[in-house]
Design a protein around this ligand. Structure first.
Ligand code: AMP
Length: 278
């Protein structure tokens, strides 16, 4: 479906029939990570809507909006096979019509990690999710833990703006060598792709250290940097231990904390994370 009106009418019919509605927002180029969120939504709801919308407002200038991978027909086939009830793929004008002037700014937790480097990114994400939530009016919406800061931002926004939506989180789905699945992995050349598994090896080293009793963030960073540093093509943008709800830095592990990392391989920026001290 292409318009908000079409989707609105369909979900109104479902709701009148007492159906529980699930929603999975995506930007397409679907992989098993996305499909795991779809399975979770299908388990938790009677009817599932998946959106495919490459949201221009969450890309900064100089980022990959123009080259973002698309595979619309393949995506539709995957979603149909999975048993999704509606695919919503609006145009940019449908989501942001002429005169659109609103921005949802979630402050505080958008100022660390990715927010430090992608200044308008989370405003774009929060705004588009607020619009999509208003169109689809789901009972539940599913987001991946791969984008842990995004998940925290959406949870905050849903609480603050009192959307009555349960936000569910799907685990990170990985390739065989541990690399977190991402639409952006297709940008990697073969040597970058081979080396990219170092990110997960670094995070796993952190988990191991913590299980041996390490609690000091700086010492965990040193160990992870050492592992990621073995890949000559890797450049770390940030590596930070934060509170999983507020995204504020943590110096010493006393409760569960999120170790999040962004690494460049050439022009490709990859993110990943792990919860330590679970
Ligand atoms: P995107 O299409 O990149 O905007 O992602 C749509 C949703 O899929 C977001 O909630 C992501 O967190 C989630 N997602 C992306 N990659 C993965 C992955 N490897 N495992 C689990 N969820 C993922």
């Amino acid at each position: 479906m292409r318009t908000a009106e079409q989707v609105g009418k369909l979900v109104d019919r479902w709701r009148s029939a007492g159906r529980r509605i699930g929603f999975v927002p995506t930007m397409g180029a679907l992989h098993k990570g996305h499909l795991s969120l779809v399975s979770l939504a299908l388990r938790e709801a009677d009817r599932v809507v998946v959106s495919i919308f490459v949201n221009p407002t969450q890309f900064g200038s100089g980022e990959d909006l123009g080259s973002y991978p698309g595979a619309f027909n393949e995506d539709l086939a995957k979603l149909e096979k999975a048993g999704v009830h509606c695919v919503f793929s609006p145009s940019v004008d449908e989501v942001f019509p002429d005169g659109f002037s609103t921005s949802v700014n979630v402050s505080g937790l958008t100022e660390t990690l990715c927010g430090k480097y992608r200044l308008e990114h989370f405003n774009g994400v929060a705004t588009v999710c607020a619009i999509l939530f208003s169109i689809v009016k789901p009972d539940i919406a599913v987001f991946g833990r791969k984008d842990a800061q995004q998940l925290a931002v959406i949870r905050r926004m849903v609480d603050d703006l009192r959307f009555s939506i349960d936000i569910l989180a799907g685990e990170i789905i990985r390739e065989c060598d541990g690399l977190a699945m991402s639409s952006r992995n297709s940008y990697l050349n073969s040597s970058e792709r081979k080396q990219a598994s170092v990110i997960y090896r670094g995070l796993s080293r952190a988990t191991e250290l913590v299980s041996e009793g390490e609690r000091v963030a700086e010492r965990i960073y040193d160990a992870v940097r050492e592992v990621i540093g073995t890949a000559p093509l890797a450049t770390i943008q940030y590596l930070e231990l934060v509170d999983p709800v507020t995204m504020m830095p943590v110096e010493k592990l006393t409760t569960p904390a999120l170790l999040a990392v962004a690494v460049y391989f050439g022009h490709t920026r990859l993110i990943d994370n792990v919860i330590l001290n679970r």
